[in-house]
Design a protein around this ligand. Structure first.
Ligand code: SF4
Ligand code: ZN
Ligand code: ZN
Length: 302
């Protein structure tokens, strides 16, 4: 099958547009859509230091390469990468290596922060000690460390690799669980003191396009799944959306458009409150003590 735009061999069939794309036109289309999202949400401005949250999985690896492609020549934009080593035996060490290799290849300054050094224990030890599931600790501590490190290196933005599939799953999940406030916080409405603003440049790119992009560029990625990953409700939403999109291509975009239309109302309903500084660690929190310190206290680490 030939590309819908030229005579070259197609490498990808884009279901939502009905177009066959050769390598050149696939990459062009991919980058154009990333740039459009960045512009629409004003994710990147002038004189930015962007820290990429780099796990070594396909999304964050592609994100780092794409940002380097788009901004590598800009003198006023500096890229860094932060990898959090949670301490998950067998799973995390190879992805830390991938991240190091990628940053060397892309010439991006790489920072690794570990649960062991910063929290006091590795996630494998925390799970044995505590009585919550692994993701409850991991999610809180990872966010905490990413923000802390991003601030330390003077980053103005923290870029994460969330894609269209992740975002639409979260939107639907929040809706199904009646957590509209959390939905409002999916996109920050303004800068908050102490919190490095998060951006998601791949939020309008399908997961399978990210896989194809990684393959076409021969990027080192890990496709391993975390051994602790167990989210039955999210998995059900993911499967439902997969079936739905398969039958009616482009519906994930419709979910995103509906969400964007609702966003101003959501921001009005749930305005972002000013954050306090945690009394124990100084990190931003809506309460007196931040969640990371609460968990550390629960684990007897402070
Ligand atoms: S799936 Fe693994 S890496 Fe992801 S939050 Fe849970 S424990 Fe952490
Ligand atoms: Zn083409
Ligand atoms: Zn704290």
């Amino acid at each position: 099958m030939n590309c819908s735009y030229c005579n070259r061999k197609a490498v990808y069939f884009q279901r939502h547009s009905g177009k066959h794309l050769c390598r050149k036109h696939f990459v062009e289309n991919f980058l154009k859509r990333v740039k459009r999202s960045i512009r629409k949400y004003r994710m990147v401005r002038r004189n930015e230091r962007i820290a990429v949250a780099l796990s070594g999985g396909k999304d964050s690896v592609v994100l780092a390469q794409v940002l380097k492609t788009l901004y590598g020549e800009r003198r006023d934009i500096e890229l860094h990468a932060i990898t959090v080593d949670e301490g998950i035996e067998g799973y995390r060490p190879p992805t830390v290596e991938i991240s190091e290799r990628l940053c060397r290849e892309l010439d991006i300054e790489h920072h690794v922060v570990s649960f062991r050094d910063e929290i006091g224990l590795e996630l494998d030890e925390i799970v044995k000690k505590g009585n919550r599931n692994a993701c409850s600790y991991c999610g809180v501590f990872r966010k905490y460390l990413l923000n802390k490190k991003a601030k330390e290196i003077g980053a103005t933005k923290l870029a994460t690799g969330h894609n269209l599939d992740d975002e639409t799953q979260t939107i639907l999940l929040n809706f199904l669980q009646s957590d509209i406030e959390r939905m409002a916080r999916l996109v920050p409405s303004r800068v908050q003191k102490g919190l490095v603003m998060r951006i998601k440049p791949l939020r309008e790119i399908y997961e399978r396009e990210i896989v194809v992009y990684a393959l076409l560029h021969n990027l080192p990625v890990s496709l391993e799944e975390c051994p602790y990953s167990r989210e039955p409700v999210r998995a059900a939403v993911r499967d439902f959306l997969y079936e739905f999109e398969n039958k009616y291509p482009g519906r994930k975009f419709s979910i995103m458009r509906s969400f964007e239309t609702l966003l101003p109302c959501l921001w009005e309903m749930y305005p972002q409150i000013d954050l306090n500084s945690c009394e124990l660690c100084g990190e931003p929190t809506p309460r007196r003590i931040c969640q990371a310190c609460e968990l550390k206290r629960e684990l007897g680490l402070i």
